[in-house]
Design a protein around this ligand. Structure first.
Ligand code: PBG
Length: 331
């Protein structure tokens, strides 16, 4: 028999296990809660009608035509989700990414339809050129390099077209310098002072975007995004990015990806105390899905644990492909 310590030799004034004795007790002292109204569901909107095409690397995520996107948005709202974040899959791409600001393109059309047909749901739009350029880069190429200021002009036109379509929030994800201030000024000049800006302020150059580039057909045809997205090794730089975007007028700042950058999230929240979003990106989602499909993890538990961790680190808003599944589990 293994020798056991005599219980009487322990003279503990505090036993931390007392507060873990039942689910009721644990709920009473729980520090972090996740609720559907802090979740935002990304949607990939394509041309056509009746299209609902599953993304092969993202089970449960679809390319949706506008009519299907409206149904998905309505279902998300019915489950208690606060917002959708729209990405566009245009039929036409060119060097300048000009379909990004076409009022008849999928994002603008879906924005009009969802804001008309789904009351009380926030329509947020991703503002970037990578889904619209034939070379797949986030900006205009001049001599093989992404030109910051020329790109900002295109982003401003894109954000204004989203506001004209009725977006409540525009979300620049390109990581060019000065785009938040330029977008804010352009929106205000045109009477869109109520449209909020959620800036992808600390967006890292991450391998975890792989499945998204599949879904959005937006992988760069050559080179990479290191000249504008952040080096994963840096955190002080993230604080400078956030500080600058707040100074330029961002209403919400975002850290992206989420799970590998919880420390960044915590420091951003702590330092600025600002409305803070975290994006649980495609690769984070697909990893959990893949493991679950192999029977290696309990998916609902792993999903909720990941969302709880992101919230605990400081996120007020979580953008996640799991939004609807999580809302159903939390109901
Ligand atoms: C750029 C954009 C990307 C994501 C959101 N906005 C891709 C990129 O920077 O390559 C990634 C989202 C995800 O992986 O879920 N428009």
């Amino acid at each position: 028999m293994p020798s056991t310590q005599s219980p009487t030799s322990l003279n503990l004034t505090r036993r931390l296990r007392r507060l873990r004795t039942s689910e009721t007790m644990r709920a009473l002292v729980r520090e972090t809660r996740v609720s559907p109204d802090m979740l935002v569901l990304p949607l990939f909107v394509c041309e056509g009608e009746g299209v609902r095409h599953e993304v092969s690397s993202m089970p449960g995520v679809f390319n949706l035509s506008v009519d299907e996107a409206v149904k998905e948005a309505a279902a998300a709202r019915a489950e208690g989700i606060s917002g959708v974040l729209l990405f566009g899959l245009p039929d036409r791409k060119d060097e300048l990414g000009s379909t990004a600001y076409d009022l008849e393109a999928p994002v603008q059309t879906a924005t009009r339809a969802i804001s008309r047909e789904v009351p009380n749901l926030l329509v947020m739009t991703d503002v970037c050129l990578c889904e619209y350029t034939d070379h797949g880069h986030c900006g205009l190429l001049i001599d093989g390099e992404i030109d910051n200021d020329a790109t900002v002009d295109q982003l401003v036109r894109t954000a204004v077209s989203h506001a004209e379509a009725g977006a409540h929030v525009v979300a620049p994800s390109d990581m060019m310098d000065g785009r938040v201030g330029a977008i804010r000024a352009a929106l205000d000049e045109r009477g869109f002072e109520k449209v909020a800006i959620m800036s992808y302020a600390a967006k890292y150059c991450s391998a975890f975007y792989g499945p998204f580039r599949d879904a959005a057909d937006s992988a760069p045809k050559f080179g990479d995004r290191r000249s504008h997205q952040m080096d994963p090794a840096n955190v002080l730089e993230a604080l400078r990015e956030v500080e600058q975007d707040i100074a330029e007028g961002a209403d919400i700042v975002m850290v992206k990806p989420a799970m590998p950058y919880l420390d960044v999230l915590a420091r951003v929240k702590e330092r600025f105390g600002y409305p803070t979003a975290a994006y649980q990106v495609s690769g984070e989602y697909s990893m959990l899905k893949a493991a679950a499909r192999n029977g290696w993890i309990d998916e609902p538990r792993a999903m909720l644990e990941s969302l709880t961790a992101i919230r605990r680190a400081g996120a007020d808003i979580i953008i996640t492909y799991y939004a609807r599944e999580a809302a159903r589990v939390l109901a």
